[in-house]
Design a protein around this ligand. Structure first.
Ligand code: SF4
Ligand code: SF4
Length: 289
């Protein structure tokens, strides 16, 4: 049943360290083990680490670049048209002082300023934002890794490229960036279903509420896996009941599980019962979509 599905499932959490990578790598392994064609996209572009858990061949590495404007101050008349056309306030201009600069961290590479300039004062250069790395893991499974260059303001274009190049000919899992800002929104915007990972603590509940609120504004279906179950109190369970959000699975607060993960091992490979529960979660997600 799972084998015929073409779905994108995002695995996300309101903050780092809740077990998002643990679940992503285990879901990927569980499908791989069943012979289901699957791609795992590591969208945590600032710190991609899914490949730590797998042996695989780097098949290709593609540069993600942005066309950034370059202003020739000898040709510029300081008319201000380019700044007027820029929707991202990325051009700083003080005509009286003959000062004009492109604020590269804000630039989206849309090209509007080049079109606006009637004095041929703007050319463009390619600026590297990061890479999308493709690894073959088995004949039917692969990992696509988004890796943003250090110092780049936004990882969104690199994440977007990674998800698009993964395609949708089969099951695609997306290990999403933590939080609820633009990188998270970019990753989950492609998802048919979002698995939120949380833990039963006051911080966990607070972050979960933010994630759920964001997903509701995007009209995205979601369910929750509680990691380190037994650690805290019942507030997260009360919240899920009150909001009618499906509890997909619990992973117990367990020294052995923590030890498996800290050694860079895949939980679903080490513990068959976890693998079976995750496959049941996938089946239930397919029913909900
Ligand atoms: S390319 Fe677009 S975002 Fe960048 S400076 Fe020009 S108009 Fe603004
Ligand atoms: S539109 Fe061209 S000429 Fe006018 S300020 Fe911008 S770069 Fe200079």
């Amino acid at each position: 049943m799972i084998s015929n599905k073409k779905l994108r499932i995002a695995i996300a959490s309101g903050k780092g360290g809740t077990g998002k990578t643990l679940v992503s790598t285990s879901l990927f392994y569980a499908l791989q083990d069943q012979g289901v064609p699957v791609t795992l996209v590591d969208c945590d572009a600032e710190e991609p680490n899914d490949m730590i858990f797998f042996d695989g061949q780097l098949k290709k590495s593609v540069d993600v670049t942005l066309r950034m404007p370059v202003i020739d101050t000898d040709k510029c008349t300081y008319c201000g048209k380019c700044a007027e056309y820029c929707a991202y306030q990325s051009i700083f201009i003080v005509p009286q002082q003959k000062v004009i600069r492109v604020i590269e961290d804000l630039c989206h590479g849309c090209g509007a300023c080049s079109v606006a300039c009637k004095f041929d004062a703007i050319t463009e250069k390619d600026v590297s934002l990061g890479k999308v790395n493709h690894y073959d893991i088995t004949p039917t499974s692969n990992i696509v890794e988004a890796r943003v260059r250090v110092g780049v303001y936004s990882s969104v274009p690199v994440i977007s490229r990674a998800i698009k190049t993964a395609g949708l000919n089969h099951m695609v899992l997306m290990d999403s960036p933590p939080g609820t800002s633009c990188p998270f929104i970019e990753a989950v915007s492609y998802a048919d279903f979002v698995v939120l990972i949380t833990e039963p603590t006051p911080f966990g509940v607070s972050d979960l509420k933010q994630s759920v609120d964001t997903l509701r504004t995007m009209n995205k279906k979601c369910g929750v896996i509680i990691n380190r179950a037994g650690l805290g109190d019942d507030k997260v369970y009360d919240y899920l009941k009150q909001e009618k959000i499906p509890l997909l699975m619990e992973i117990p607060f367990d020294r052995e599980i923590a030890s498996i993960y800290s050694k860079g091992k895949i939980l679903a490979k080490e513990k068959v019962e976890i693998k079976e529960q995750l496959l049941a979660v996938l089946t239930s997600i397919i029913h909900q979509i």
